[in-house]
Design a protein around this ligand. Structure first.
Ligand SMILES: Nc1ncnc2c1ncn2[C@@H]1O[C@H](COP(=O)(O)OP(=O)(O)OP(=O)(O)O)[C@@H](O)[C@H]1O
Ligand SMILES: [Mg+2]
Length: 224
């Protein structure tokens, strides 16, 4: 069996037991006694759900990598406004940024582009997730969309740790992670998937970064 096939089968077969675990956790949440007596049960149930959610994201990433490596990443092109894509990302990440004390700003010009909207959001979301992971409390993340020639350029700027020039050469590689790998969660797939999505649209992706000041990840997609 090919590695891609194996990844894809594992990702699909784990969906059922994971749903079963999640359902039981929901049941625990609903039936735990009110008040202090039920608190430890509710706490455990929430942690189970967060764990299952994390596994679901990882499995989806592995399934995407299997599709990418077998040349079968599906892209369904549609026309969309850049403003909608940026607004959706801001909505999705505002609660998380609030929890970690990071400000999130969205700025989009009134532009239309041709892309697979879900994949475009996935690519942008992977960049924002990284920015969040590497930006300390009090920092700012800015998501932008602007016209650049006959393309729309999306960028995510953070005021986080920054990336060394040597590391910048590797960040888009599959399973590559920086030196801080023991401190942060992840397997090194987010940027590889983002790059593969952008490649499938015929766009470019790159990073500009200064250690200690922050990073800007940018990619282009075709304007409509
Ligand atoms: N905004 C950023 N600031 C600092 N370092 C970054 C940033 N984005 C990416 N990196 C570095 O690039 C590495 C690869 O990023 P990538 O998103 O591919 O993987 P990951 O975030 O470690 O794991 P995953 O995305 O699979 O959960 C990171 O581990 C980190 O070292
Ligand atoms: Mg990542």
């Amino acid at each position: 069996m090919m590695r891609d096939e194996f990844l894809s089968i594992v990702a699909h077969d784990l969906a059922n037991p994971m749903n079963a675990i999640s359902l039981r956790a929901t049941y625990m949440l609903g039936t735990a006694p009110a008040g202090a007596e039920g608190d430890p049960i509710r706490d455990s149930a929430s942690k189970i759900q967060a764990g299952v959610q994390g596994m679901a994201v990882l499995l989806q990433d592995l399934d995407d990598v299997a599709s990418i490596d077998s040349g079968q990443l599906r892209i369904r092109m549609q026309e969309r406004s850049a403003e909608t894509i940026v607004a959706d990302l801001v909505d999705a990440f505002t609660p998380l940024c609030g929890e970690t004390g990071v400000s999130l700003v969205g700025r989009a010009a009134a532009l239309r582009l041709t892309c697979d909207p879900n994949r475009a959001k996935q690519a942008l979301g992977n960049l924002v997730a990284n920015a969040l992971k590497f930006t300390p409390r009090g920092g700012t993340i800015t998501i932008e969309a602007a016209l650049s020639g006959d393309e729309v350029r999306f960028s995510v700027t953070d005021t986080g740790s920054g990336i060394s020039p040597e590391a910048c050469e590797h960040v888009f590689e599959r399973y590559w992670r920086g030196k801080e790998r023991d401190l942060t969660k992840g397997v090194g797939l987010g940027l590889y998937i983002a790059k593969s999505i952008v490649d499938a649209h015929g766009g470019k992706i790159w990073v500009d970064s200064t250690v200690g000041r922050g990073s800007t990840f940018s990619f282009t997609l075709p304007a409509a």
